[in-house]
Ligand binder design. Sequence first.
Ligand code: MG
Length: 369
Amino acid sequence: MHITRVAVYKADIPLVAPFRIALGVTEVAENFFVKIETDEGVCGWGEGSPFPAIVGETQATCLAAARDMARLLIGKDPLDIEARLGELSSFLPHNTTARSAFDMALYDILGKAAELPLFRLFGGSPRDLYTDDTIGIDSPKNMAEKARELKEKGFSAIKVKLGTAPAEDIARVRAIREAIGPGIPIRVDANQGWDLPSAVTVLTAIEEFGVQYCEQPVAAGDLASMRTVRKSTRIPIMADESLFDVYDALALVQNEACDYFNIKLSKAGGLHMATKIAAVAEAARLGCMVGCMSETRLALTAAAHLAAARPVIRFFDLDSALTHTVDPILGGMEYREGGRIELPAGPGLGAEVDPAFLEKLESFTVSSP
Ligand code: MG
């Protein structure tokens, strides 16, 4: 089998409402899709959703990178994933979101060739995954109102974006806990918004509000402060922006900088690296969450397949498609009652982009000469 053609699509997906985190406001998910075709008629789908302030990529850089990556893949064996991803990452290091879309498409082809859904290919079962839903930064009153709605919808955990002034953040968590009562875990995410003293102030103040863990309290590269924050609070610390690849995972463990990892395909460069991060987590006896940027159900399906196959992934934050005004994906994971995620049974990802949606998109193709 060899790769004959790659098509790349620019896909802008407006959000239902602007979504604010400590790093900025998102109104449109500026994503892209990749379709890899082969001489045997099997094709694979991938998606990237670059969050510029985290990954250092934009939709425009991803599209430019994708053109060059596609040229590198033409004529080659899509099933030799180790070699293909090695070539992509030595040609263009970093650029993890761009690479993740190709990684996903290659695994989709592998699964289809093996006639197995990806969770089976990774040795897993279709176990129940329950995603949380996330509340963006807003006034304590509005955030509490949203939390009440999520409780009524039956979500088993609520994620809350923080990372502004300490007094405001404490007021947000207090208001939310008062609104939803005890029982449902609150997960908070500062997205690097605090300095060390602010992080310690907020986390020690919100310990009484039933906080399950805190993502990325301080700057991504500051593992010393991550460690100090961790030693200063009973709330477990989860590394997100500090963790892209398996090398970061090892450094976080060696520095005793976190209790949990947040694995995202867009940071890891796809499933291939994500499985390695999960292995480091197992060795270090850390738990993992699988997270997202603003992907459609296509890339979320890839993440859900991985999560189903790796019990070390205990927390699920795959809620981005709930915030989109359009859902252009056929098949794929489905959201059920209370945030339960149901995986597709078909081979590979079990998801593709609706051809009617693709027709409206700007695109380019790279093919065999
Ligand atoms: Mg995060």
